[in-house]
Write a protein that binds this ligand. Sequence first.
Ligand code: NAP
Length: 253
Amino acid sequence: MQDALGGVQTVLVLGGGSEIAQATLRRLVANRTRTIVLAARRPDSLRAAADELRALGATRVEVVAFDAEATDTHEALIDDCVDRVGDLDLVLVAFGVLGDQAEAERDPAVAAEIARINYVGAVSVSVPLASRLRAQGHGIIVVLSSVAGERARRSNFVYGSSKAGLDALFQGLGDSLVGTGVRVLIVRPGFVHTKMTAGLDPAPLATTPEAVADAIVGGIERGTEIVWVPPALRVVMSVLRHAPRAVFRRLPL
Ligand SMILES: NC(=O)c1ccc[n+]([C@@H]2O[C@H](COP(=O)([O-])OP(=O)(O)OC[C@H]3O[C@@H](n4cnc5c(N)ncnc54)[C@H](OP(=O)(O)O)[C@@H]3O)[C@@H](O)[C@H]2O)c1
């Protein structure tokens, strides 16, 4: 059982190109992480990121192809990762798309793609992932959810609903894994400055990939099940969650 950060030597990232994932890996490598598998839909784009992690002290960084939408490949992908590096101490589920809400309201293909990547892809990959970690008897699954999933807003309800599904999935999975040695850490950031949000007006309490990475590392060390980034969002969202619909829909969110 790897309870503390010092036990996290081997890490798999699903969505290896994520800026939040990259910031988290830099923190982990500064501790004891030495072996990393970056699973990404464009593996060739990760050469520089892999080199950076090696320069920081990772002894082995592998890049493999992963497409969240290719659900029929997910079981083989997890098998392949374990065959390459052995037991996985930590798996970071970091893939996702924000999508364009206005387009998603016009074009069913755009709306469905957001749901397929953020939710269906997560459901699919969680099955072989949970089986593998359950069999090895230890490990941590860290999943990047979002405050957007806490209550769907008028301005991005397609993305928000996909994150609500993802969050519920990993809450249930975490409960199902109690007693197996495997645990789940759900991370609920607000607006984070990454390529996903480039060009958008920052929301109040906007934060950075490094702050999310710190929250993840802190959550792993403390054995927490849910972290909000920044922490103040927990209070803000508990108020917003209970606001009457007629009020909530008028808020400039
Ligand atoms: N940024 C925010 O404000 C924010 C807030 C709350 C939660 N989050 C969540 O945090 C996670 C990481 O986001 P980020 O901010 O680090 O953004 P990011 O840098 O854009 O990372 C998202 C990653 O998902 C990958 N991806 C997209 N579609 C995929 C697919 N079909 N198969 C495999 N990978 C795919 C992207 O691949 P490419 O590199 O090929 O594009 C990218 O590497 C996401 O789940 C996001 O929803 C972000």
